[in-house]
Design a protein around this ligand. Structure first.
Ligand code: MG
Length: 422
């Protein structure tokens, strides 16, 4: 039997272009994602893959700084890994939950490769062959380099959704809001409902609305085919108040991201649906623990997207096939990407779903040429701040927000803008 002891780890930061800059309530994705790809190598010569974000910034130094703690650790020892990296008291000083996730993905990848089985077989076995996704619609700036991609008006939004539906087969549409005044976004959401009367919808303003606005918006959309109302306002108490006033399931990816918070929500329900992010929760195994609790207490679950390339998408697919029945269609930013760093290029949607990888481990391998190409792009463009908007210099978000963007101002921003000083 192989020892699967970690001998080394490497991190490579890459910049992946998006079709157009994506706007959200707290800032923007500036026409690109900055992602850190992690490679964990064992003394047996196996390489496991991980991935994490960093709000537009590189996580390379934080990951590689853990080399001394991880060399000699066996990839099998996933329970010990959690305590080594995420001791709750030490986490007050060094929060490593997302780094732990990337290392956990890599260790699962290594064990799967060593045994010749996919990760989902290590964790319970698949329940479905592919994972359904929602369209994940954003308001977008035009890409200044190509002039294309603007989504600002209800007409542009519906046309964008129609194109995505045709191309990928989505039957669920999620609108990321919190950019414009809620009355304007209500018009946009209602236009989607009218255009796709047989499809399901969800609205997520990332906690930007105050409680009164969130209740008003929620009551206005009650008659529509909503899956759920995601983080309409910020904080457990605010969500609880909205939940009491609106006849709709309330979902979150912001205020229930740990077992402690989940326990509180079980004892005192503020949300009905927990969106499980393999990175924010600290790994696939952590999200599965959470899913088991959710199943027991009849809380809904779905797979959350924090802006993934193919390595993290693979973790989302393995999680998606392991979730019990009734999970909501997953979210993915993936269709906004121009390319990927995995062998074979971008995974493709079929009827709104992506097949679960069935190769050993995570089932994806790095395309070394692509990795080098997008690492070079990162070197050229640098970081960008997730919580700033390149089209609104000087602006920053209040929570709840009150400084909405102007929907009559059309704009294009350079997808190659450097983030600059904060
Ligand atoms: Mg969300």
């Amino acid at each position: 039997m192989k020892s699967l002891e970690i001998a080394d780890l490497r991190a490579t930061t890459v910049t992946m272009p998006l079709e157009a800059p994506l706007r959200h309530s707290n800032g923007a994705h500036w026409g690109r994602f900055v992602r850190t790809i992690v490679e964990v190598e064992t003394s047996d010569g196996l390489i496991g893959l991980g991935e994490l974000g960093g709000g537009g910034e590189s996580a390379r130094l934080a990951v590689e700084g853990l080399r001394a703690q991880l060399v000699g650790h066996r990839a099998y020892d996933l329970s010990a890994l959690w305590f080594k990296l995420c001791n709750p008291t030490a986490s007050l000083y060094n929060n490593r939950v997302q780094i732990h996730a990337a290392i956990e993905f890599a260790c699962l990848d290594i064990v799967g490769q060593a045994l010749g089985v996919p990760v989902h077989d290590l964790l319970g076995g698949r329940l479905r062959d592919d994972v359904p996704f929602a369209s994940y619609l954003f308001f977008r700036y035009a890409n200044e380099q190509t002039g294309a991609g603007e989504v600002r008006t209800p007409e542009q939004l519906v046309a964008h959704a129609r194109e995505l539906k045709q191309q990928h087969g989505f039957t669920v549409h999620k609108l990321k809001g919190g950019v414009f005044h809620p009355d304007y976004e209500l018009e946009c959401y209602q236009a989607l409902a009218e255009a796709f009367p047989d499809d399901d919808l969800r609205f997520d303003p990332n906690g930007a609305l105050d409680v009164k606005q969130a209740i008003r918006f929620g009551q206005a959309i009650e008659p529509l085919r909503n899956d759920y109302y995601e983080d309409p306002t910020w904080g457990v108490s605010g969500l609880e108040e909205v939940r009491a006033a609106v006849d709709m399931r309330i979902a979150t990816n912001t205020v229930v991201t740990s077992m402690e918070q989940l326990a509180s929500n079980v004892l005192h329900r503020a949300v009905d649906v927990v969106l499980l992010d393999t990175t924010f929760w600290g790994g696939i195994r952590q999200t599965l623990r959470a899913a088991t609790v959710c199943e027991t207490f009849q809380l809904g679950v779905g797979v959350h997207s924090s802006g993934e390339l193919g390595v993290q998408l693979a973790t989302m697919l393995h999680l998606g096939t392991l979730l019990p029945g009734g999970a909501y269609a997953a979210d993915a930013h993936y269709h906004h990407l121009a390319d990927d760093v995995i062998v074979g290029g971008k995974m493709t949607y079929r009827d709104g779903a992506i097949p679960v990888p069935d190769g050993p481990g995570l089932g994806v391998r790095l395309d070394r040429d692509k990795l080098a190409e997008y690492a070079e792009l990162y070197e050229r463009l640098g970081n960008y701040p997730y919580d700033r908007d390149p089209g609104r210099p000087g602006w920053f978000a209040l929570v709840p927000n009150e400084r909405w963007a102007d929907p009559s101002a059309d704009g294009a921003v350079s997808v190659q803008a450097r983030g600059g000083a904060r």
